[in-house]
Write a protein that binds this ligand. Structure first.
Ligand code: SF4
Length: 388
């Protein structure tokens, strides 16, 4: 096993209408103190963990860190020197063999100087929040970039030597139609990223669009959000298009060309340990989950004052761990080995799958069960039934 490191950068240029993440729009002078605070937290993390009652399994402290993920927010807003300094702190604090270092980026933030500096710092994978190739949809969603920015950014990354690129697309944005969705998939195929994530628009009432969807209004184009049925068809079209184009569908939302599945995100789905640093960052040791306080300004102050940023700590019981195995295991298209679960947890979960199997929602091969490919778009209903 190895260890993943997640760095949370909770800053954005604007707030997308569908977003309810804990991100702030701050002026750039706030970035350097934040990056310094993250470095302090990395250096001091062992004392924070012991103060908070985190007990790392014996194996974790000696693990080699092989993946780092800068997420947000929009971490590509930071000066590349800040990202390089954070990576150097990781290298100095942990045993490292950094095989996959991902930076989430908005396409309009990419420029040649930055891309070269990212590559020099060791960043070798860029995850783009493309979301759509329709400027009408991007504008309505409050995104800063436009279709042309994606076409401009990809060659810049290639010139800098970064060839592992992932695109996110969202099915269900306001003004999206079956034709515009098909066009976004076609344009994605032209640029041929190594990895693709397809998300369905989530109605979160804490977002401005979600609030309008639930309570009415005309400011955020809620009335132009496609129906659930159209979204499900969009997901199915994406799946068939991407599989035909040579992508392996390896997780409900994720597709990869051979050899380009996200090693960092796989740790989450496989319940492998990861340490998160930064305001609101989450961590998992195998037996405990914990999280830092969300407020970025308070986080910077607490790091400067030598305080502990950890706010929540939860011990994971055996039954919780089993539920997580079921939920996360089924998200992976390879499925779950029920024999392994029985060996690990000493209980049989066979009968939980009986009705799902007879209704065709899951498929079985020996001791392995997996979601039936034609029902992937209604996976949430399967999870509700399974965890009931
Ligand atoms: S860029 Fe991402 S994190 Fe920032 S507001 Fe938009 S959706 Fe939210």
């Amino acid at each position: 096993m190895s260890l993943g490191v997640y760095i949370q950068v909770p800053f954005c240029q604007t707030k997308c209408t569908y977003c309810n993440f804990h991100t702030g729009i701050v002026s750039s002078p706030r970035f350097a103190p934040y990056a310094a605070a993250v470095q302090t937290e990395i250096r001091e993390h062992r004392s924070h963990l012991s103060q908070s009652g985190v007990i790392l399994p014996d194996s974790v402290p000696s693990e080699v860190v092989d993946t780092v993920y800068f997420g947000g927010g929009t971490p590509s807003l930071l000066d590349p020197a800040h990202l390089a300094a954070i990576l150097n702190s990781i290298r100095k604090t942990f045993r490292c063999d950094l095989r996959e270092v991902t930076l989430e980026a908005d396409p309009e933030t990419v420029e040649p100087r930055k891309a070269s500096a990212w590559a020099a710092a060791g960043i070798n994978r860029i995850s783009f929040g493309v979301q759509s190739f329709s400027d009408l949809e991007l504008k309505a969603a409050g995104r800063m970039h436009r279709r042309a920015d994606v076409y401009r950014a990809v060659p810049i990354l290639h010139s800098a030597g970064i060839r592992n690129i992932s695109f996110d697309l969202i099915a269900g944005l306001p003004h999206q139609t079956p034709d515009s969705w098909r066009n976004s998939l076609d344009e994605l195929s032209v640029l041929a990223p190594q990895h693709v994530s397809i998300y369905l628009l989530e109605v979160d009432e804490g977002s401005r669009l979600g609030s309008e969807l639930l309570r009415g209004g005309a400011k955020y184009s809620a009335s132009a959000v496609p129906s659930d049925d159209v979204m499900a068809e969009s997901y199915d079209l994406a799946r068939t298009t991407l599989v035909a184009a040579g992508y392996a569908h390896y997780e409900i939302s994720n597709f990869a060309k051979p050899g380009f599945a996200s090693e960092h995100n796989r740790k989450y789905w496989r319940r492998e340990p990861y340490l998160g640093f930064g305001a609101g960052a989450h961590s998992f040791s195998g037996t405990q989950r914990w999280a830092n306080a969300h407020d970025a300004a308070a986080y910077v102050q607490s790091m400067a004052a030598g305080k502990n940023p950890i706010e929540q700590l939860e011990a994971i019981s055996a039954s919780q761990a089993l539920e997580e195995e079921l939920f996360l295991g089924l998200r992976q298209l390879a499925g779950i080995d029920l024999g392994r679960l029985q060996d690990s947890y000493g209980v049989s979960v066979e009968d939980r799958f009986t009705s799902l199997e007879s209704s065709g929602l899951v498929e079985r091969a020996g001791s392995v069960v997996r979601l039936a490919p034609k029902h992937l778009s209604i996976s949430n209903e399967v999870f509700v039934e399974l965890l009931r």
